[in-house]
Write a protein of this length. Sequence first.
Length: 229
Amino acid sequence: MIELKKVTKSYNGSSEPAVADVSLQIGRGEFVFLVGPSGAGKSTLLKLIFCEQLPSSGQVYFLGRDIARFKAGELLKHRRRIGMVFQDFRLLKQKTVFENVAFALEVIGRSAREIRLKVPAVLEDVGLAGKGSAFPAELSGGEQQRVGIARAVVKDPLLILADEPTGNVDRDNSRQLMELFETISLSGTTVIIATHAWDMVDRMRKRVLALEKGSLVRDEQRGGYSYES
């Protein structure tokens, strides 16, 4: 599904590349943790897959296509196939929970009827049944992140990219959110999570890609956060 071939991403003014000569493959339905210290290149790698940024060299393939060659319409279609989940939730504060999730469908032209049917079902799937009329400020951090996940999955993406999704929630909510991501993966959606949550990585024993100074230093099935775990 995703393939990176010798991908490097450099920024002007930086002495070292953010991503350095990374090659890897991720199949459909895989659950992958992306780990490493701050500045290791995790967020940059997600941006390259989303095509928010282009590599300085090398190729990023999605479903067999080099995404750097996408035309404007193809790029939009590519991004619609991907659901993004952020550490800081990025909810629209003036909109209700229902409206925040519905907005993800409105921007891709889905009908009002489909939105009325689909949004409540997705909110129930993520444990927010009955919360549709609430505003983000009325929710806990864990509930706000569930809204973010609902917004990502409501458009039936092929891929979920999550950047430190448990960084602003407590341990119990972190565990519940990771279990929710696992359920999403079991439905056939590929899930890639950049995280510092070592305890969750060690407990779940999924595939682990470890970055260090932009380089891929470990690719381990059923891995832990570190070599020793």
